[in-house]
Design a protein around this ligand. Structure first.
Ligand SMILES: O=C(O)CC[C@@H](O)C(=O)O
Ligand SMILES: [Zn+2]
Length: 575
């Protein structure tokens, strides 16, 4: 076809370029038959298993409370080992301002354990060291608690009984789902009892007319998607960690993910919630209505509260019809301005079929190619500064193809796209997504990482990456990637080990810069432990005070996920 000359020209330039008979195959068909979508590290249990096996070996040799993974002892900090937060790595941001264990919390004893056994039965009260090790450490291996107990309730009633008891005894707890969080929110800081609702993994109902799914909080995101596919629907949320993350954790952290640009946030898609408060009260807010204006919408408080106000036990969620046509393009742009303009055009020209607009810079590409096996750049190596993934989802195959085809051609002619490939089948689509979704895993494999998750005005988004590079100098690897379509930048500084002098150049600069540009210091990962003390960069003092009052009202003893979300001195002023 005449109009494909441009892409053929690109093919000539690069033998690896696949930007040829554009969109001739629609990869959706293969997705439907395979029943599984893109895989990535956090979605791949063998990797997680292997990762923890390695960690375990490491802990066995160098698990001194104040020794980091590189084996360095931080003796100067070893003043009060029992009471100082054991952050495994050498000081990580302001978290390292040694949080004190709240002295009003009790310490677990054998009567407590016996009591839990009566509620849950022996096998759901876990004291096994290996299992505790994986539950005490976050996915990145950055935060490590020292919990001695993991509880696995099977019903809301059991969660209620556990919390009622813990509240009376003043035993702190940490709710944990798939433990895929990136801000230290899902692991204990000290000896908090871990409550994992993973056994509460039943689908309660699905209404094919409204598309509303009601399920328990421990359902794994990918399993929900697989269930829905048989009914012609899909989850509105898609993350690299979908093979291990649980819907309760997704809701508690208000997870964003890859398709936010199309399907919006969980604040919009979660229609109802059942949550258990610290004192064991079960709040039934499990409505399935699209419209309900009867006073305060209390469930919204729990969405994104990171388990600090209650434990989510059931959710009702508005799912979306499964698109019958999907296309994915992997494109190269010469500069950030082109990426930005491309987004603007994509929104205008692709309209309702645009379902993802992701970007990564060349440094991110290099990292993923270096650290992940089997990943390759489908475009000529080391030429382009930026890469963009554009996905469309729709119901009319030929219409979608034509629309994307016309858009890509016009963008190439206009110089916004320098080169590109379009997935011809599920395998190519998976391999393109693997580049983007594999970044977090590649960063963990590369060593230490300082990780920031910023919401910023799109035109300013990449300036912080460039400024950070200037600040840190050429010896440091500064990576920028993320959800360009939503104005969400993942800024990561990757280095072989943690170093306080480097950190001092990054923080508080990164927070101040974000605040100055009226951005948010957490777009989608939450505050967790990492940023609890930084909340003021994104929230006014008055707002933080109201948040603290709500916390006090719902959890007066502060037992739910302590030390997270709100600043320590506000949560425990007497500590
Ligand atoms: O690793 C990160 O910084 C981002 C993780 C996740 O939110 C993603 O978009 O891939
Ligand atoms: Zn993200």
């Amino acid at each position: 076809m005449e109009k494909w000359r441009i892409s053929r020209h690109i093919v000539k330039r690069s033998s690896t370029s696949l930007f040829k008979s554009l969109l001739s195959t629609n990869f959706e068909k293969s997705i439907n038959t395979s029943g599984s979508t893109y895989k990535s590290g956090r979605n791949c249990n063998p990797y997680v298993e292997h990762y923890f096996q390695c960690q375990k070996r490491h802990f066995q040799t160098c698990c001194h409370p104040l020794r980091d993974y590189t084996g360095n002892l931080h003796a100067s900090k070893a003043t009060n080992l029992e009471h100082i937060c054991r952050i495994q790595y050498k000081s990580f941001g302001s978290v390292a301002t040694q949080i004190q264990r709240n002295p009003s919390f009790s310490t677990l004893n054998s009567d407590d354990v016996d009591h839990f056994k009566k509620i849950l039965g022996e096998k759901n009260v876990i004291q096994d060291e290996d299992r505790l090790l994986t539950a005490n450490v976050d996915w990145m291996g950055k935060y490590k608690g020292s919990s001695k107990l993991l509880l696995q309730p099977r019903s809301t009633e059991e969660v209620s009984q556990i919390l009622k008891y813990c509240n009376t005894r003043c035993l702190a707890v940490v709710p944990q789902g798939g433990n895929t969080g990136l801000v230290g929110g899902s692991v204990p800081v000290f000896d908090e009892v871990i409550i994992n609702v993973g056994s509460m993994n039943h689908i309660i109902s699905f209404d094919e007319v409204s598309g509303i799914l009601v399920c328990e909080a421990g359902c794994i995101l990918e399993n929900l998607d697989s269930f829905l596919v048989n009914h012609g629907f899909m989850m509105p949320l898609d993350l690299g960690a979908k093979g291990s993350c649980q819907i309760g954790g997704n809701v508690s952290t208000n997870a964003g993910g890859l398709h936010f640009v199309r399907y919006g946030s969980l604040h919009g898609n979660v229609l109802g919630l059942e949550a258990v408060l610290a004192n064991g009260t079960v709040l039934d807010m499990l409505g399935t209505l699209r419209k309900d204006n009867t006073g305060y919408d209390l469930k919204q408080l729990f969405i994104g509260s990171e388990g600090s106000l209650g434990i989510a036990t059931k959710v009702s969620i508005l799912t979306s019809p499964k698109p019958s046509s999907k296309n994915l393009a992997f494109l190269a742009c010469k500069d950030y301005l082109s990426c930005q303009k491309l987004l603007q055009e994509a929104k205008r020209k692709l309209g309702e079929i645009l379902s993802a607009f992701e970007f990564l810079d060349s440094q991110s590409m290099e990292l993923v190619l270096t650290h992940l096996e089997g990943v390759r750049n489908p475009l000529p190596p080391s030429i382009y500064e930026f890469y963009v993934l554009i996905e469309t989802r729709g119901t009319d195959e030929s219409y979608d193809k034509e629309k994307l085809e016309a858009f890509l051609l016009r963008s190439m002619e206009g110089g916004l796209i320098a080169d590109g490939v379009v997935a011809q089948d599920i395998n190519q689509a998976s391999s393109f997504w693997r580049i983007r979704e594999g970044l977090s895993e590649a960063l963990v494999k590369a060593g230490a990482v300082y990780k920031y998750d910023l919401s910023l005005p799109i035109e300013k988004m990449y300036s912080i990456v460039e400024e950070m590079r200037l600040r840190l100098g050429q010896s440091e690897k500064v990576l920028g990637y993320g959800h360009l379509g939503d104005g969400n930048l993942h800024l990561n500084i990757s280095r072989p080990n943690y170093d306080d002098s480097v950190l001092a150049k990054i923080e508080p600069f990164v927070y101040e810069w974000t605040s100055k540009h009226r951005g948010s210091i957490s777009a989608e990962h939450g505050l967790g432990l990492m940023k609890a003390n930084e909340i003021h960069y994104s929230k006014s003092p008055q707002t933080v005070q109201v948040m603290a009052s709500i916390k006090k009202l719902l959890d007066p003893n502060g037992i739910l996920n302590p030390y997270k979300v709100l600043p320590h001195n506000i949560l425990y002023p007497e500590a």
